[in-house]
Design a protein around this ligand. Structure first.
Ligand code: KIV
Ligand code: ZN
Length: 472
């Protein structure tokens, strides 16, 4: 039997960007939007066009550049917002106007100062207007989970009649519980006329740590779109994490008989790219993409892992794009390995650009021995920004953004022992899947990668022949 397809609506660039410290400029948003495209998300919410000129430009440029997924732009339920969103979409391949209006009594009374009747009318009018511009219109009754259910049904019915094609049910303040949220979706399906003709969507915040559980409960009761963000970033405690939603469905098809179009091997690169751009590191124990997600420390676990990884791993690191731990990027690595690792992290370069990165990489590798993903992403950023001059690359390498030489970095016990050094008592051994190879703990604030780099056979990669082959 075919499994229902769940639409993945990524709102990293809109709700995610609203989280403290996560704002992005237009270039950064463009770059991330391309990675989201590679990841295979169905909808990218690119911004809130009326909010600022920067947001407007980001939506406009993403819609012009990224043609496969639907590009959504947020608008309050008023003509000015809807028109501005539509303006940003000129020339877009698959635009969606996303209209929202709060419906809970608490928001109506204190924030909007309107009655339920006015709310109903405003929602209907805004959707009707959006529909005259764009065939794809989504409506969100903000704070839906704290809205009187009968009134919520009334609003949802009205916006469907006005032309909404997707109805999103936000748990704006992360208040609901899985069973309760599932029941709400079921009630809407039972009571609202026309609901069978539209897509029901979840949008859950994580204030009680239940955003993913609530989203999945909504899906089980008939929601067919999930709104989520990379690394779960978003207002306050964040949104439902995209990688957790996708992998829960993939790892437990016996419980969640649904599928998504996400190419899961792009999850880790997307997570790393976001952390690098925002400089907000991924929490180490973050499911799927945290640096400890595939690390095994306890002796019993290490023993099990070495005998059979299935003992302690429910998915392979490779399945989510975590690079093979046997592979290390160091001073003996060549351009091929470097190019491959850059690609795994979502950056494809022309030969000339790669040469520049390579020269900086060699200087850095000489200094810190093992180059982690976070360091590599720094180099990539420098080159993309036209940053440090190649001739000054050593300055960059010496500067505070890179850690000191490996000798001064704390080694996990297994690595230092293997290297013949004194075991560092403060960092226990880490066995990474595959080779049992430990990683140096990076000291820079950028997202750390504990999974190693790309492996290269230890040959003389600095030979003239290789330079010749790469046309340096
Ligand atoms: O959390 C929320 O209610 C929102 C809406 C604008 C969809 O982000
Ligand atoms: Zn939200």
């Amino acid at each position: 039997m075919d499994r229902p397809r769940i639409t993945i609506f990524d709102t990293t660039l809109r709700d995610g960007e609203q989280s403290p410290g996560c704002s992005m400029n237009v270039q950064e948003k463009l770059h991330l939007a391309q990675q989201l495209d590679r990841l295979g998300v169905d909808v990218i919410e690119a911004g809130f066009p009326i909010a600022s000129d920067g947001d407007f430009e980001a939506v406009q440029r993403i819609a012009a550049l990224v043609r496969r997924p639907i590009i959504a732009g947020l608008a309050r339920a008023c003509k000015g917002d809807v028109d501005r969103a539509w303006q940003a979409f000129q020339g877009a391949a698959r635009p969606r106007i996303h209209v929202f209006l709060a419906t809970s009594d608490i928001h109506l009374k204190y924030k909007l100062r309107i009655t339920r009747e006015q709310c109903l009318e405003q929602a209907r009018d805004a959707v009707r207007h959006a529909k005259t511009l764009c065939s794809d219109v989504e409506f969100s009754p903000e704070d839906a989970t704290r809205t009187d259910v009968a009134f919520l049904c009334q609003v949802v019915e009205a916006v469907i009649a006005a032309g909404a094609t997707t109805v999103n049910i936000p748990d704006t303040v992360g208040y609901t519980m899985p069973e309760e949220y599932g029941n709400l979706i079921r009630t809407l399906r039972e009571k609202v006329a026309g609901i069978g003709e539209v897509t029901i969507s979840t949008h859950c915040h994580n204030d009680l740590g239940l955003a993913v559980a609530n989203s999945l409960a909504g899906v089980q009761q008939g929601a067919r779109q999930v709104e989520c963000t990379i690394n779960g970033i978003g207002e306050r405690a964040g949104n439902a994490s995209l990688e957790e939603i996708v992998m829960a469905m993939r790892v437990r098809p016996d419980r969640y008989r649904y599928e998504t179009a996400v190419a899961s091997e792009h999850l880790y690169p997307a997570s790393q790219m976001l952390a690098e751009i925002t400089r907000v590191p991924v929490q180490p124990n973050k499911a799927i993409t945290g640096r400890n997600a595939f690390a095994h420390e306890a002796g019993i676990h290490q023993d099990g892992m070495l005998k059979n990884p299935l003992t302690y791993e429910i998915m392979t690191p490779q399945s989510v794009g975590v690079p093979d731990s046997r592979l290390v990027l160091g001073k003996h690595s060549g351009r091929h390995a470097l190019a491959l690792r850059c690609e795994q992290l979502g950056h494809k370069f022309e030969r000339r650009e790669l040469d520049e990165i390579y020269r900086k990489f060699v200087v850095l590798a000489d200094r810190i021995k093992k180059v982690q993903d976070s360091h590599l992403l720094e180099l990539i950023q420098d080159v993309s920004r036209g940053g440090v001059n190649v001739s000054n690359s050593d300055d960059a390498v010496q500067s505070k953004k890179f850690p000191p030489a490996a000798a001064s970095l704390p080694f996990p016990r297994a690595a230092s022992a293997a290297a013949g050094a004194n075991p560092n008592e403060s960092y226990p051994a880490q066995v990474s899947r595959g080779a049992g190879q430990s990683q140096v703990r990076p000291s820079c604030p950028a997202p750390a990668n504990w999974f190693g780099g790309v492996s290269v056979p230890r040959t003389d990669h600095h030979s003239e022949q290789e330079d010749y082959l790469w046309g340096v």
